[in-house]
Design a protein. Structure first.
Length: 259
């Protein structure tokens, strides 16, 4: 079986601020949590692993730090949607963070600093939701999410049946009670193994199509610029709406913020 492992930074073990990227902690946190996930999936029967470094410019993880059985997709300009395809049996989201505005979400945000909220068919979602709908369209279930407790809770609220492993417990946006790496990664491996062993239990998310996507920006002038480069409709001062025929089309708009 073949797994696609998307890895972001903010939800990984021990990190609480973007400044951690400037030390060895950031890269080690991402690689350590990925390797713990791979070990769990391997215990559950997976034999192929593709890791996508999804953070910033896609160059945070050092290639030598990843389990040698895995391949690593690096760089910002990889073709959308970053190597994810129907050829995979499952997707895992490592280092996930909660959506913008989550009170105890460590480094919570949605895509970039310009977005306040995203709603799809009236349901508010963040990056976890965007990928859950996208991978479901491809016929690939999202079976495992690890990140801070708020991100894990967000995944369960949206997907329902999904294995999770919290790495820390947010107190504010840049402060958390963090688990020791050995404890965190033991939990990650155990949860990933559980997910792998019951791969047939997981269901795909359904999305009524065509779907309506509302993107609310931080300021009206950002919405002004978006309207100049899209066929969206202005709903209020900072919100632009568009209709998408597929989850893939919606995610392209959501991921790029219309720009």
């Amino acid at each position: 079986m073949k797994a696609y492992i998307l890895c972001d930074y903010e939800g990984t073990t021990g990190v609480v601020a973007w400044g951690d990227e400037e030390t060895a902690l950031g890269a080690e946190a991402m690689a350590g949590d990925v390797n713990a996930t791979i070990e769990g999936l391997r215990q559950g029967g997976f034999t192929e692993f593709v890791v996508r470094d999804y953070h910033d410019h896609g160059k945070t993880i050092h290639p030598a730090s990843i389990d040698p059985q895995a391949t690593l997709i690096r760089g910002k300009s990889t073709p959308f949607p970053y190597g994810l395809s129907k050829d995979f049996d499952a997707m895992c989201f490592v280092g996930a963070h909660s959506m913008a505005g989550t009170a105890t979400g460590v480094m919570c945000h949605t895509m970039n600093g310009q977005l306040n909220a995203v709603h799809i068919n009236g349901k508010r979602i963040g990056e976890i939701g965007g990928f859950a709908y996208l991978t479901s369209q491809l016929g690939v279930p999202l079976i495992f999410v690890t990140g801070d407790k708020a991100a894990c809770d967000e995944a369960v609220a949206l997907i329902g049946d999904v294995e999770t492993a919290p790495t820390k417990f947010g107190l504010t946006r840049n402060c958390a009670e963090v688990l020791h790496p050995t404890v965190s990664r033991k939990g990650i491996t155990e949860a990933a193994a559980r997910a792998a062993k019951r791969i047939k239990d997981f269901k795909l998310l359904t999305l009524d199509l065509p779907c309506t996507v509302d993107v609310t920006y931080q300021t009206p002038d950002i919405a002004d610029r978006v309207l100049d480069t899209s066929n969206g409709e202005r709903i209020d001062g900072s919100t632009v709406r568009f209709t998408a025929k597929t989850a893939l089309e919606a995610f392209k708009r959501f991921e790029r913020g219309f720009q």
